[in-house]
Write a protein that binds this ligand. Structure first.
Ligand code: NDP
Length: 309
């Protein structure tokens, strides 16, 4: 018996250096985030990343502010997987509210990432969020930070540059000061049925501008909101496709042309997350998830920051 294959068409497709398509990512934030002062390697996280790699993940998401770059570097080394077969994303922490940027400058942040990841290049480097001040970055405006990223891309130390938690107005600021070849190519945002646009029209705007949307917290309806308006319908679809509610949500995200970033400490769920390419939701099912989701808004991160965006 052959398994039907239903590949998804992301609105923009990246390739690892070895030429493989970049797909769903395993995250090292949220549950794994370490205190900034904690220099010890978290062996449990190293093992977790190693397991995800063993089971087939090739795309890892980390960030300066999670303080998990060293664990990613260690797991990659131990895995024996050639670097060029992996896609590693990390992010500059520009500071937030009363907390300053982790590094003295954006270039110090990138140099630290290269060192901790123990790599010559980063596949994708993002500005973690736009809600910072020149004071928090020790003197860098959003435009200054972007110019540093462009410089590292020119040097080949970063392959692709992008943003996270950006609204349209923030992206426009970067486009104003860049040549088209240095426009952001990814916007990583909170995205799930209960929050289909982190800021007004951002998904459509990003996709129309050649920016791949990456979804963080794509499993919110099954992981963060107890029994909710989608539960019954996800159960129905789970039975029909013999998939879990989590898999239905990941598939729904992919069918929006969005790349999901997910996290699990459980082997079964890690496997499940990679097993979402052999079925396809019908247009009606896809629309119904969107419709129920829209009627039940729920935002997990950055409530105040997105009040007027
Ligand atoms: P998810 O939506 O994938 O949530 C993961 C959580 O869901 C885990 O705690 C997991 O628990 C649980 N889970 C997994 N499968 C199921 C299931 N079938 N039913 C119920 N619960 C389930 O993503 P995260 O919010 O963890 O974010 C993913 C990554 O995105 C982060 O690690 C980070 O890399 C990135 N991120 C980026 C942000 C940004 O500002 N750019 C902000 C937040 C996250 P268990 O381990 O028990 O399976």
């Amino acid at each position: 018996m052959t398994t039907a294959s239903h590949p998804v068409k992301l609105t923009k497709q990246f390739k690892t250096k070895s030429g493989s398509d970049v797909s769903i990512a395993t995250g090292t934030g949220t549950k794994w985030k370490k205190d900034a002062k904690d220099d010890d390697i978290n062996q449990e996280l190293v093992d977790q990343i190693l397991l995800a790699l063993k089971l087939g993940f090739r795309h890892i998401d980390t960030a300066e502010v999670y303080n998990t770059q060293a664990e990613v570097g260690e797991a990659v080394k131990q895995s024996g997987i050639p670097r060029e077969e992996l896609w590693i994303t990390t992010k500059y922490n520009p500071g937030w509210r009363t907390i300053s940027a982790s590094s003295a400058s954006p270039s110090a942040s990138i140099d630290k990432a290269l060192k901790q990841l123990d790599t010559d290049y980063i596949d994708l480097y993002l500005i973690h969020q736009p809600f910072f001040t020149e004071e928090s970055t020790h003197g860098y405006t959003l435009e200054d930070v972007w110019n540093v990223l462009i410089d590292y891309k020119k040097q080949g130390k970063i392959r692709e540059i992008g943003v996270s938690n950006f609204a349209q107005e923030h992206i426009e600021r970067l486009k104003k000061i860049s040549e088209p070849e240095f426009y952001p190519v990814v916007n990583q945002i909170e995205s799930h049925p209960f929050l289909q646009d982190q800021s007004k029209g951002i998904t459509e705007y990003s996709q129309a501008n050649g920016i791949l949307v990456e979804a963080f917290s794509p499993l919110t309806p099954v992981s963060r909101v107890e029994k909710n308006a989608l539960t019954g319908y996800l159960d129905e679809l789970s039975k029909k496709y013999n998939k879990t509610g989590g898999q239905i949500l990941l598939r729904w995200t992919l069918q929006r042309g969005i790349l999901p970033i997910t996290t699990s400490a459980k082997e079964d769920r890690i496997k499940e997350a990679l097993d979402v390419f052999d079925f396809e939701l019908t247009q009606e099912e896809f629309d119904k998830i969107a419709e129920i989701g829209k009627e039940n808004p729920h935002r997990v991160f950055f409530h105040d920051e997105f009040k007027d965006l």
